[in-house]
Design a protein around this ligand. Structure first.
Ligand code: SF4
Ligand code: SF4
Length: 516
């Protein structure tokens, strides 16, 4: 078996054993309609409407989409474009909480007796890929070649440093994980079974899963070496099944589906109780956080409230002065309270997460962690020339050649970028992590993929223009031919004798014949 690359960043799983604490209901939540891949949800409430917890506020916007439900009870304050943690703006519904958290009276468990009802229930639960990808769970499971499905891999690897939200789900919500696995076995019937994949640095979760599925022969718990990016879906498929997903292919093409462990717990709970995805366990951590915790928070909660719940930020924020610090004159500080906002806030893990512009952006369905870092941890490194050490090649899980891609990108050689298969890059950051020259390799990969994507769009546009031109030409030729035909018919009609004359002529000829 080929060894796949990867790196071992410091785990920093500070919240590994932190029980989930429930965040007090925020004063307001802002819930984006686009928290998933595909089409955004479409608002079905209006400003001023009263809503309750679990009530539908955004319906699916297309086949690849996900419904959105109210996470607090209260009144709809606004519906407008707002910044989202993804870095893009999204139509968002802001609800002012009434503090009561009244459940929507329409919540009831759906009837699920066949595969289609199962897919419908998964969609209605609001479940999306909660490992971070955000692909709606229902279309992901509804593969065309279900009869060729061998494995369903339940992704509990959680290989990013700091993040422990999925681990806590496996430990504290084993009942719903178990329910999700049983639903997948009953309705999707993978030929070889289900494998729950967990890195071996989570012994408690591994043991609980082993105990939970001890009597289920079709379920295996696989402890995997702790190696980033173990949880990346193509890496996971290879490491667990030794199947390679070719460029441009889907996992289902090699007989595998990968789904996140919290995702299955979400749709299992919905099928059991009718309660959709409205809250999320989030790891709040990072060197700037006073008391790191795992927090159960309503979707739409501003990041600020999560950090406040964890004691706020430490005083050791570089470049900023604590309001408690003595002044130069030795007296009490009369300066305005210092802003202890850390230098960098990341939603997601430190390897693949997205930096945030501020603390007012809300958490979304896919938020599994929010991290805060002081300046000393985020000083941009000095970039130097590639020394051709080859370390990046050794760790790339996709066996890519980052220096060659860098060169091709610098020279804008698009064919070379395609040749070096830059589109296979999963943007895991392992290459940049080991690079002694601190080359911005991930950004280069992203920009290179953008270039190929643009070229593809241009090619498509050119092909479409060509096809439209050919169609227009064909139509013009057809019209010309019809006109010519009509002209010929007209000419024929003017040359031919009048029908009455012809009939008279025929009659006269007949009479002449009879008289003979
Ligand atoms: S080239 Fe892409 S897939 Fe390979 S290590 Fe770098 S970021 Fe990861
Ligand atoms: S790790 Fe950095 S310095 Fe070494 S070959 Fe790769 S890009 Fe060059």
């Amino acid at each position: 078996m080929r060894k796949i690359g990867g790196v071992s960043p410091p785990h920093n799983k500070n919240t590994e054993f932190s029980k989930v604490q429930v965040l007090p209901t925020p004063a307001a939540v802002t819930i984006p309609m686009k928290m998933h891949s595909g089409k955004p949800a479409v608002p079905v409430v209006a400003v001023g409407d009263e809503v309750k917890v679990g009530q539908l506020i955004g319906e699916v916007g297309g086949p690849v989409s996900s419904p959105v439900h109210a996470s607090v009870s209260g009144r709809v304050k606004s519906i407008n474009d707002r910044d989202a943690v993804t870095g893009q703006k999204s139509v968002s519904i802001t609800i002012t909480s009434d503090g009561k958290q009244t459940l929507f009276e329409g919540l009831k468990a759906p009837t699920v007796t066949n595969l289609q009802e199962f897919y419908d229930a998964v969609r209605d639960s609001g479940a999306v890929g909660l490992g971070g990808a955000g692909y709606p769970a229902a279309p992901k499971l509804a593969i065309k070649n279900l009869d060729q499905l061998d494995y369903i891999l339940i992704n509990g690897a959680e290989c990013e440093p700091y993040v422990t939200a999925d681990t806590r789900t496996m430990v504290a919500d084993a009942k719903n994980v178990c329910g999700g696995v049983k639903l997948l076995l009953d309705y999707m019937k993978p030929r070889k079974g289900i494998i729950i994949c967990i890195e071996d640095n989570k012994p408690e979760a591994i043991q609980i899963m082993r105990d939970t599925f001890a009597d289920e022969p079709k379920v295996e718990i696989r402890a995997l070496p702790t190696l980033y990016p173990q949880g990346e879906r193509k890496v996971l498929v290879y490491n667990v099944t030794q199947r390679i997903v070719p460029e441009g292919a889907r996992l289902a093409d090699v007989g595998v589906i990968v789904t996140n462990v919290t995702t299955i717990a979400v749709f299992s709970r919905y099928i059991e109780t009718g309660f959709p995805l409205v809250n999320k366990v989030i790891t709040v951590d990072g060197p700037s956080v006073k008391t790191p915790k795992n927090v159960l928070a309503p979707i739409g909660t501003p990041l600020r409230e999560l950090f406040d719940f964890c004691g706020g930020f430490t005083d050791e924020v570089e470049g900023e002065v604590s309001s408690d610090a003595p002044t130069a004159g030795g007296g009490a500080a009369d300066a305005p309270p210092a802003d202890r906002t850390p230098k960098k806030i990341i939603v997601g893990g430190p390897m693949m997460g997205v930096a945030q512009p501020g603390l007012d952006v809300p958490v979304v369905k896919t938020t599994n962690s929010v991290l805060a870092f002081p300046e000393k941890d985020v000083i941009p490194p000095k970039v130097t020339a590639c020394i051709k050490c080859g370390r990046c090649l050794g760790v790339c899980p996709m066996s890519l050649m980052p220096p060659n891609i860098e060169n091709a990108f610098a020279l804008k050689k698009l064919d070379s970028l395609a040749h070096y298969k830059v589109n296979m890059c999963v943007e895991c950051g392992s290459c940049a992590f080991v690079c002694p020259a601190k080359r911005p390799l991930v950004q280069t990969m992203q920009l290179s993929k953008d270039l190929l994507w643009l070229r593809k769009q241009e090619q498509r546009a050119a092909d479409a223009a060509k096809a439209a031109e050919a169609e227009a030409k064909a139509k013009a030729a057809e019209a010309e031919a019809k006109a010519a035909e009509a002209k010929a018919a007209e000419a024929k009609a003017t040359q031919a004798p009048e029908p009455n004359d012809k009939a008279a002529e025929t009659k006269a000829a007949k009479e002449a014949k009879q008289s003979e």
